[in-house]
Design a protein around this ligand. Structure first.
Ligand SMILES: Cc1cc2nc3c(=O)[nH]c(=O)nc-3n(C[C@H](O)[C@H](O)[C@H](O)COP(=O)(O)OP(=O)(O)OC[C@H]3O[C@@H](n4cnc5c(N)ncnc54)[C@H](O)[C@@H]3O)c2cc1C
Length: 384
Protein backbone atom coordinates (compact mmCIF):
# COMPACT_ATOMS: atom_id res chain seq x y z
CA UNK A 1 0.00 0.00 0.00
CA UNK A 2 1.27 3.49 -0.79
CA UNK A 3 2.31 5.73 2.10
CA UNK A 4 -0.14 8.48 3.08
CA UNK A 5 0.62 11.55 5.17
CA UNK A 6 -2.92 12.47 6.16
CA UNK A 7 -6.47 11.88 4.96
CA UNK A 8 -6.66 13.18 1.35
CA UNK A 9 -9.70 15.43 1.80
CA UNK A 10 -8.34 16.93 5.02
CA UNK A 11 -4.95 17.85 3.52
CA UNK A 12 -4.79 21.65 3.83
CA UNK A 13 -1.92 22.01 1.34
CA UNK A 14 0.37 23.62 3.91
CA UNK A 15 3.45 21.94 2.33
CA UNK A 16 5.14 21.40 5.71
CA UNK A 17 5.69 17.71 4.83
CA UNK A 18 8.17 18.70 2.11
CA UNK A 19 10.16 20.88 4.56
CA UNK A 20 10.14 18.08 7.14
CA UNK A 21 11.09 15.04 5.04
CA UNK A 22 14.71 14.10 5.86
CA UNK A 23 15.00 12.11 2.61
CA UNK A 24 13.85 14.78 0.15
CA UNK A 25 11.11 12.38 -0.95
CA UNK A 26 8.23 14.87 -0.99
CA UNK A 27 7.58 17.44 -3.70
CA UNK A 28 4.66 19.83 -3.69
CA UNK A 29 2.64 19.77 -6.89
CA UNK A 30 -0.55 21.58 -7.95
CA UNK A 31 -3.75 19.63 -8.71
CA UNK A 32 -6.16 20.48 -11.54
CA UNK A 33 -7.75 23.24 -9.39
CA UNK A 34 -4.31 24.72 -8.54
CA UNK A 35 -4.34 23.53 -4.90
CA UNK A 36 -1.08 22.33 -3.34
CA UNK A 37 -0.71 18.56 -2.98
CA UNK A 38 2.26 16.53 -1.69
CA UNK A 39 3.71 13.99 -4.09
CA UNK A 40 5.83 11.25 -2.50
CA UNK A 41 8.62 9.61 -4.52
CA UNK A 42 8.43 5.94 -3.38
CA UNK A 43 12.03 5.33 -4.41
CA UNK A 44 13.22 7.92 -1.85
CA UNK A 45 10.59 7.48 0.88
CA UNK A 46 11.91 5.50 3.89
CA UNK A 47 8.44 5.44 5.51
CA UNK A 48 10.03 7.02 8.61
CA UNK A 49 6.80 8.86 9.43
CA UNK A 50 8.46 12.28 10.06
CA UNK A 51 5.92 13.94 7.75
CA UNK A 52 2.94 12.25 9.44
CA UNK A 53 4.19 13.25 12.88
CA UNK A 54 4.43 16.96 12.00
CA UNK A 55 1.40 17.22 9.68
CA UNK A 56 -0.92 19.77 11.36
CA UNK A 57 -4.00 17.83 10.29
CA UNK A 58 -2.89 14.81 12.36
CA UNK A 59 -2.36 16.85 15.53
CA UNK A 60 -4.64 18.91 17.72
CA UNK A 61 -4.13 22.44 19.04
CA UNK A 62 -5.90 23.98 21.97
CA UNK A 63 -6.29 27.64 22.72
CA UNK A 64 -8.85 30.02 24.08
CA UNK A 65 -9.74 33.64 23.61
CA UNK A 66 -8.14 35.47 26.54
CA UNK A 67 -9.30 38.91 25.41
CA UNK A 68 -11.27 40.19 22.45
CA UNK A 69 -11.18 43.72 21.02
CA UNK A 70 -12.75 45.73 18.26
CA UNK A 71 -9.97 47.96 16.90
CA UNK A 72 -8.72 50.04 14.03
CA UNK A 73 -5.56 51.98 13.16
CA UNK A 74 -5.59 55.75 13.80
CA UNK A 75 -3.47 56.14 10.66
CA UNK A 76 -6.02 56.68 7.86
CA UNK A 77 -3.73 55.48 5.03
CA UNK A 78 -2.90 52.21 6.78
CA UNK A 79 -6.57 51.60 7.45
CA UNK A 80 -7.59 52.46 3.87
CA UNK A 81 -5.10 50.02 2.37
CA UNK A 82 -5.98 47.17 4.79
CA UNK A 83 -8.87 44.72 4.58
CA UNK A 84 -10.31 45.66 7.94
CA UNK A 85 -8.71 47.84 10.62
CA UNK A 86 -5.02 47.63 9.65
CA UNK A 87 -3.81 45.65 12.66
CA UNK A 88 -1.50 43.52 10.49
CA UNK A 89 0.47 46.57 9.28
CA UNK A 90 0.88 47.99 12.78
CA UNK A 91 2.18 44.66 14.14
CA UNK A 92 4.46 44.37 11.10
CA UNK A 93 5.84 47.91 11.48
CA UNK A 94 6.64 47.21 15.13
CA UNK A 95 8.41 43.95 14.23
CA UNK A 96 10.62 45.75 11.68
CA UNK A 97 11.33 48.61 14.13
CA UNK A 98 12.60 45.96 16.56
CA UNK A 99 14.95 44.58 13.91
CA UNK A 100 12.81 41.55 13.05
CA UNK A 101 11.31 40.15 9.85
CA UNK A 102 7.77 39.57 8.64
CA UNK A 103 6.59 36.39 6.89
CA UNK A 104 3.21 36.91 5.22
CA UNK A 105 1.47 36.73 1.85
CA UNK A 106 2.36 38.87 -1.15
CA UNK A 107 2.49 38.02 -4.86
CA UNK A 108 4.84 36.54 -7.41
CA UNK A 109 5.27 38.34 -10.75
CA UNK A 110 2.07 36.76 -12.13
CA UNK A 111 -0.17 37.64 -9.18
CA UNK A 112 -0.13 34.19 -7.63
CA UNK A 113 -0.37 34.65 -3.86
CA UNK A 114 2.81 33.58 -2.12
CA UNK A 115 4.18 33.45 1.45
CA UNK A 116 7.39 35.47 1.56
CA UNK A 117 9.71 37.14 4.06
CA UNK A 118 10.69 40.79 4.27
CA UNK A 119 12.69 42.99 6.61
CA UNK A 120 11.96 46.22 4.70
CA UNK A 121 8.90 48.52 5.13
CA UNK A 122 8.44 48.66 1.29
CA UNK A 123 8.13 44.86 1.35
CA UNK A 124 5.09 45.15 3.61
CA UNK A 125 2.94 47.05 1.09
CA UNK A 126 2.12 44.04 -1.10
CA UNK A 127 1.45 41.92 2.02
CA UNK A 128 -1.41 44.19 3.09
CA UNK A 129 -4.92 43.07 2.25
CA UNK A 130 -6.62 39.69 1.97
CA UNK A 131 -5.95 37.67 -1.17
CA UNK A 132 -8.90 35.40 -1.82
CA UNK A 133 -6.99 32.40 -3.15
CA UNK A 134 -4.75 29.66 -1.74
CA UNK A 135 -1.27 31.08 -1.21
CA UNK A 136 1.81 29.01 -2.03
CA UNK A 137 3.61 28.19 1.23
CA UNK A 138 6.30 25.81 -0.07
CA UNK A 139 9.54 26.32 1.84
CA UNK A 140 8.32 29.14 4.12
CA UNK A 141 8.68 27.11 7.35
CA UNK A 142 12.39 26.43 6.74
CA UNK A 143 13.00 30.14 6.06
CA UNK A 144 11.27 31.18 9.30
CA UNK A 145 13.15 28.51 11.29
CA UNK A 146 16.51 29.76 9.98
CA UNK A 147 15.67 33.31 11.08
CA UNK A 148 14.60 32.12 14.52
CA UNK A 149 17.69 29.89 14.87
CA UNK A 150 19.83 32.98 14.18
CA UNK A 151 18.14 34.66 17.15
CA UNK A 152 15.85 36.86 15.03
CA UNK A 153 12.34 38.03 15.76
CA UNK A 154 9.65 36.95 13.26
CA UNK A 155 6.01 37.93 12.78
CA UNK A 156 4.30 35.14 10.80
CA UNK A 157 0.82 35.82 9.42
CA UNK A 158 -1.22 33.24 7.56
CA UNK A 159 -4.27 31.01 7.50
CA UNK A 160 -4.91 29.06 10.73
CA UNK A 161 -3.65 25.83 9.06
CA UNK A 162 -0.34 27.42 8.02
CA UNK A 163 0.15 28.82 11.54
CA UNK A 164 -0.51 25.34 12.98
CA UNK A 165 2.02 23.88 10.52
CA UNK A 166 4.67 26.44 11.49
CA UNK A 167 4.11 25.86 15.23
CA UNK A 168 4.48 22.09 14.67
CA UNK A 169 7.77 22.71 12.90
CA UNK A 170 9.48 25.27 15.13
CA UNK A 171 7.57 24.95 18.41
CA UNK A 172 6.55 27.92 20.53
CA UNK A 173 9.76 29.89 20.05
CA UNK A 174 10.41 33.10 21.95
CA UNK A 175 11.14 35.19 18.86
CA UNK A 176 7.99 34.09 17.02
CA UNK A 177 4.69 35.96 17.01
CA UNK A 178 2.13 33.83 15.14
CA UNK A 179 -0.99 35.56 13.82
CA UNK A 180 -3.86 33.97 11.90
CA UNK A 181 -7.34 35.16 10.96
CA UNK A 182 -10.94 34.07 10.94
CA UNK A 183 -10.85 32.15 7.70
CA UNK A 184 -13.70 31.61 5.32
CA UNK A 185 -11.54 29.16 3.30
CA UNK A 186 -9.32 29.54 0.25
CA UNK A 187 -10.68 29.25 -3.29
CA UNK A 188 -9.01 27.56 -6.26
CA UNK A 189 -5.94 29.42 -7.59
CA UNK A 190 -6.91 28.32 -11.12
CA UNK A 191 -10.13 30.31 -10.77
CA UNK A 192 -8.18 33.50 -10.03
CA UNK A 193 -5.76 32.84 -12.90
CA UNK A 194 -8.68 32.49 -15.30
CA UNK A 195 -10.38 35.65 -14.00
CA UNK A 196 -7.24 37.78 -14.33
CA UNK A 197 -6.01 36.44 -17.66
CA UNK A 198 -9.41 36.55 -19.39
CA UNK A 199 -10.27 40.05 -18.20
CA UNK A 200 -6.99 41.91 -17.79
CA UNK A 201 -4.28 40.17 -19.80
CA UNK A 202 -0.65 40.74 -18.93
CA UNK A 203 -0.45 44.42 -17.90
CA UNK A 204 -1.73 44.09 -14.34
CA UNK A 205 0.06 46.30 -11.81
CA UNK A 206 -2.02 45.74 -8.68
CA UNK A 207 -4.85 43.49 -7.48
CA UNK A 208 -6.95 44.22 -4.41
CA UNK A 209 -9.78 42.00 -3.25
CA UNK A 210 -10.78 44.45 -0.53
CA UNK A 211 -10.84 47.91 -2.09
CA UNK A 212 -12.72 50.41 0.10
CA UNK A 213 -13.96 52.83 -2.61
CA UNK A 214 -17.53 51.90 -1.66
CA UNK A 215 -16.60 51.45 1.97
CA UNK A 216 -15.49 48.49 4.10
CA UNK A 217 -18.82 46.76 4.34
CA UNK A 218 -19.44 46.89 0.60
CA UNK A 219 -15.90 46.02 -0.40
CA UNK A 220 -14.84 45.88 -4.04
CA UNK A 221 -12.49 44.02 -6.33
CA UNK A 222 -9.92 46.39 -7.82
CA UNK A 223 -7.45 45.69 -10.59
CA UNK A 224 -5.00 48.36 -11.78
CA UNK A 225 -3.47 47.85 -15.22
CA UNK A 226 -0.80 49.95 -16.94
CA UNK A 227 -2.26 52.92 -18.80
CA UNK A 228 -5.90 51.97 -18.09
CA UNK A 229 -8.66 53.21 -15.83
CA UNK A 230 -8.76 51.03 -12.68
CA UNK A 231 -11.36 48.24 -12.67
CA UNK A 232 -13.43 48.64 -9.47
CA UNK A 233 -16.49 46.47 -8.95
CA UNK A 234 -18.47 45.95 -5.75
CA UNK A 235 -18.79 42.55 -4.06
CA UNK A 236 -22.43 42.54 -5.12
CA UNK A 237 -21.49 42.58 -8.81
CA UNK A 238 -17.90 41.55 -9.33
CA UNK A 239 -17.95 38.01 -10.78
CA UNK A 240 -14.79 36.84 -8.95
CA UNK A 241 -16.07 37.95 -5.54
CA UNK A 242 -19.54 36.54 -6.33
CA UNK A 243 -18.04 33.12 -7.13
CA UNK A 244 -15.78 33.24 -4.04
CA UNK A 245 -18.58 34.23 -1.69
CA UNK A 246 -20.76 31.41 -2.99
CA UNK A 247 -18.22 29.00 -1.44
CA UNK A 248 -18.33 26.32 -4.17
CA UNK A 249 -14.68 26.69 -5.18
CA UNK A 250 -12.95 26.38 -1.78
CA UNK A 251 -10.30 23.79 -0.99
CA UNK A 252 -11.98 20.56 0.14
CA UNK A 253 -10.37 20.70 3.62
CA UNK A 254 -11.82 24.19 4.19
CA UNK A 255 -15.29 22.66 4.57
CA UNK A 256 -13.98 20.69 7.56
CA UNK A 257 -11.33 23.02 8.97
CA UNK A 258 -9.46 21.54 11.94
CA UNK A 259 -8.04 24.87 13.15
CA UNK A 260 -11.08 26.79 14.35
CA UNK A 261 -13.13 27.20 17.57
CA UNK A 262 -10.77 26.11 20.38
CA UNK A 263 -8.15 24.75 17.93
CA UNK A 264 -6.34 27.90 16.77
CA UNK A 265 -2.55 27.61 17.15
CA UNK A 266 -1.86 31.36 17.01
CA UNK A 267 -0.98 34.05 19.54
CA UNK A 268 -3.46 36.47 17.94
CA UNK A 269 -6.40 35.91 15.59
CA UNK A 270 -7.57 38.84 13.43
CA UNK A 271 -10.81 39.25 11.55
CA UNK A 272 -13.38 41.62 10.13
CA UNK A 273 -15.71 42.69 12.91
CA UNK A 274 -18.77 42.33 10.66
CA UNK A 275 -21.32 42.71 13.45
CA UNK A 276 -19.81 45.91 14.83
CA UNK A 277 -22.65 48.17 13.68
CA UNK A 278 -25.09 46.14 15.79
CA UNK A 279 -23.04 45.43 18.91
CA UNK A 280 -20.85 48.57 19.09
CA UNK A 281 -22.06 51.14 16.53
CA UNK A 282 -19.71 53.85 17.81
CA UNK A 283 -16.78 51.73 16.53
CA UNK A 284 -18.09 51.68 12.97
CA UNK A 285 -17.60 54.48 10.46
CA UNK A 286 -17.36 52.02 7.53
CA UNK A 287 -13.61 52.57 7.31
CA UNK A 288 -12.92 49.05 8.56
CA UNK A 289 -12.97 47.58 12.06
CA UNK A 290 -10.92 44.55 13.00
CA UNK A 291 -11.67 41.84 15.51
CA UNK A 292 -8.58 41.04 17.58
CA UNK A 293 -8.57 37.83 19.63
CA UNK A 294 -5.67 37.52 22.06
CA UNK A 295 -4.73 33.89 22.74
CA UNK A 296 -1.41 34.03 24.65
CA UNK A 297 0.74 36.20 26.90
CA UNK A 298 3.02 36.84 23.91
CA UNK A 299 0.02 37.94 21.84
CA UNK A 300 -1.09 40.20 24.67
CA UNK A 301 2.25 42.00 25.01
CA UNK A 302 2.61 42.42 21.22
CA UNK A 303 -0.87 43.97 21.10
CA UNK A 304 -0.06 46.24 24.10
CA UNK A 305 2.88 47.62 22.11
CA UNK A 306 0.64 48.90 19.27
CA UNK A 307 -2.31 50.04 21.41
CA UNK A 308 -1.34 53.73 21.25
CA UNK A 309 -1.76 53.62 17.46
CA UNK A 310 -5.29 52.24 17.72
CA UNK A 311 -8.86 53.23 18.43
CA UNK A 312 -10.13 50.23 20.39
CA UNK A 313 -12.75 48.83 22.72
CA UNK A 314 -12.73 45.56 24.59
CA UNK A 315 -15.59 43.18 23.87
CA UNK A 316 -16.33 39.46 24.23
CA UNK A 317 -15.89 36.29 22.17
CA UNK A 318 -19.67 35.89 22.29
CA UNK A 319 -20.27 39.32 20.75
CA UNK A 320 -17.77 38.60 17.96
CA UNK A 321 -19.06 35.07 17.29
CA UNK A 322 -22.67 36.29 17.05
CA UNK A 323 -21.90 37.92 13.72
CA UNK A 324 -18.86 36.03 12.54
CA UNK A 325 -19.46 32.29 12.38
CA UNK A 326 -16.01 31.85 10.78
CA UNK A 327 -14.66 32.09 14.34
CA UNK A 328 -16.09 28.65 15.12
CA UNK A 329 -17.34 27.02 11.96
CA UNK A 330 -16.13 26.00 8.51
CA UNK A 331 -17.92 27.33 5.44
CA UNK A 332 -20.75 25.07 4.35
CA UNK A 333 -20.31 23.07 1.19
CA UNK A 334 -23.02 24.21 -1.23
CA UNK A 335 -25.00 21.89 -3.49
CA UNK A 336 -23.25 23.47 -6.50
CA UNK A 337 -19.85 22.14 -5.35
CA UNK A 338 -19.81 19.13 -7.70
CA UNK A 339 -20.73 21.27 -10.71
CA UNK A 340 -17.99 23.76 -9.87
CA UNK A 341 -15.33 21.03 -9.65
CA UNK A 342 -16.52 19.59 -12.98
CA UNK A 343 -16.33 23.03 -14.62
CA UNK A 344 -12.73 23.46 -13.42
CA UNK A 345 -11.81 19.90 -14.49
CA UNK A 346 -13.27 20.52 -17.97
CA UNK A 347 -11.28 23.75 -18.22
CA UNK A 348 -14.36 25.97 -18.63
CA UNK A 349 -13.63 29.66 -19.17
CA UNK A 350 -14.04 32.11 -16.29
CA UNK A 351 -16.94 33.80 -18.03
CA UNK A 352 -18.78 30.46 -18.32
CA UNK A 353 -18.10 29.73 -14.62
CA UNK A 354 -19.24 33.23 -13.59
CA UNK A 355 -22.41 32.89 -15.65
CA UNK A 356 -23.30 29.78 -13.65
CA UNK A 357 -21.91 30.52 -10.18
CA UNK A 358 -21.32 34.27 -9.99
CA UNK A 359 -24.54 36.04 -10.88
CA UNK A 360 -24.76 39.62 -9.51
CA UNK A 361 -27.00 40.37 -6.54
CA UNK A 362 -30.33 41.85 -7.76
CA UNK A 363 -30.42 45.67 -7.69
CA UNK A 364 -33.38 45.76 -5.28
CA UNK A 365 -31.43 43.72 -2.69
CA UNK A 366 -28.36 45.95 -3.14
CA UNK A 367 -30.40 49.11 -2.56
CA UNK A 368 -31.98 47.65 0.57
CA UNK A 369 -28.55 46.58 1.94
CA UNK A 370 -27.13 50.08 1.30
CA UNK A 371 -30.10 51.68 3.00
CA UNK A 372 -29.77 49.48 6.09
CA UNK A 373 -26.07 50.32 6.33
CA UNK A 374 -26.69 54.07 6.02
CA UNK A 375 -29.24 53.97 8.85
CA UNK A 376 -26.81 52.05 11.08
CA UNK A 377 -24.02 54.52 10.24
CA UNK A 378 -26.18 57.48 11.25
CA UNK A 379 -27.18 55.73 14.48
CA UNK A 380 -23.50 55.01 15.17
CA UNK A 381 -22.62 58.70 14.73
CA UNK A 382 -25.43 59.72 17.10
CA UNK A 383 -24.20 57.27 19.78
CA UNK A 384 -20.52 58.49 19.52
C1 LIG B 1 -8.73 33.73 2.34
C2 LIG B 1 -9.18 34.61 3.48
C3 LIG B 1 -10.43 34.41 4.07
C4 LIG B 1 -10.85 35.22 5.13
N1 LIG B 1 -12.08 34.99 5.70
C5 LIG B 1 -12.50 35.77 6.71
C6 LIG B 1 -13.78 35.56 7.32
O1 LIG B 1 -14.55 34.69 6.89
N2 LIG B 1 -14.16 36.36 8.36
C7 LIG B 1 -13.33 37.33 8.84
O2 LIG B 1 -13.71 38.01 9.78
N3 LIG B 1 -12.11 37.55 8.31
C8 LIG B 1 -11.67 36.80 7.26
N4 LIG B 1 -10.42 37.01 6.71
C9 LIG B 1 -9.48 37.97 7.37
C10 LIG B 1 -9.71 39.42 7.01
O3 LIG B 1 -10.03 39.55 5.64
C11 LIG B 1 -8.45 40.27 7.28
O4 LIG B 1 -7.33 39.71 6.67
C12 LIG B 1 -8.14 40.44 8.73
O5 LIG B 1 -9.23 41.06 9.33
C13 LIG B 1 -6.88 41.26 8.95
O6 LIG B 1 -7.09 42.53 8.48
P1 LIG B 1 -6.07 43.73 8.70
O7 LIG B 1 -6.78 44.96 8.24
O8 LIG B 1 -5.51 43.70 10.06
O9 LIG B 1 -4.84 43.40 7.79
P2 LIG B 1 -4.60 43.20 6.24
O10 LIG B 1 -3.68 44.23 5.74
O11 LIG B 1 -5.83 43.00 5.54
O12 LIG B 1 -3.70 41.89 6.32
C14 LIG B 1 -4.00 40.70 5.78
C15 LIG B 1 -2.98 39.68 6.24
O13 LIG B 1 -3.42 38.44 5.73
C16 LIG B 1 -2.39 37.85 4.96
N5 LIG B 1 -3.02 37.19 3.82
C17 LIG B 1 -3.64 37.77 2.79
N6 LIG B 1 -4.10 36.85 1.94
C18 LIG B 1 -3.75 35.66 2.43
C19 LIG B 1 -3.93 34.33 1.99
N7 LIG B 1 -4.57 34.03 0.86
N8 LIG B 1 -3.43 33.32 2.74
C20 LIG B 1 -2.77 33.60 3.89
N9 LIG B 1 -2.58 34.85 4.36
C21 LIG B 1 -3.06 35.86 3.64
C22 LIG B 1 -1.50 39.00 4.51
O14 LIG B 1 -0.21 38.57 4.29
C23 LIG B 1 -1.59 39.94 5.70
O15 LIG B 1 -0.65 39.56 6.65
C24 LIG B 1 -9.99 36.24 5.62
C25 LIG B 1 -8.74 36.44 5.01
C26 LIG B 1 -8.33 35.65 3.94
C27 LIG B 1 -6.98 35.88 3.32
Amino acid sequence: MSFTICEYDLCCGCALCADVCPHGAIKITRDVYGFARPDIDPSLCAKCGACRAKCPVNGENESRAEKVYAAYAKDKEIRRKSSSGGIFRLLANKTLEDGGAVAAVGYDGDFHALYKVTDRPEGLDEMMGSKYTEAVSDGIYGKVKTLLDEGGKVLFVGTPCRVAALKNFVGDREGLLAVDFLCHGVPSPVLLEKFLSENFGKDIERVSFRDKTRGWQEFSMRVDSAGKKPYINSQYKDPYLRVFLRNAALRESCYDCRFKAEHYASDITLGDFWGISSCMPSMNDDGGTSAVVIRSAKGSSAFDEIKDSLVLKETSEKALGASNVALYKSSQKPAARGDMLSALERGDSFSAIAEKFGRPVPTKAIVSERLKRSVKKILGKIKK
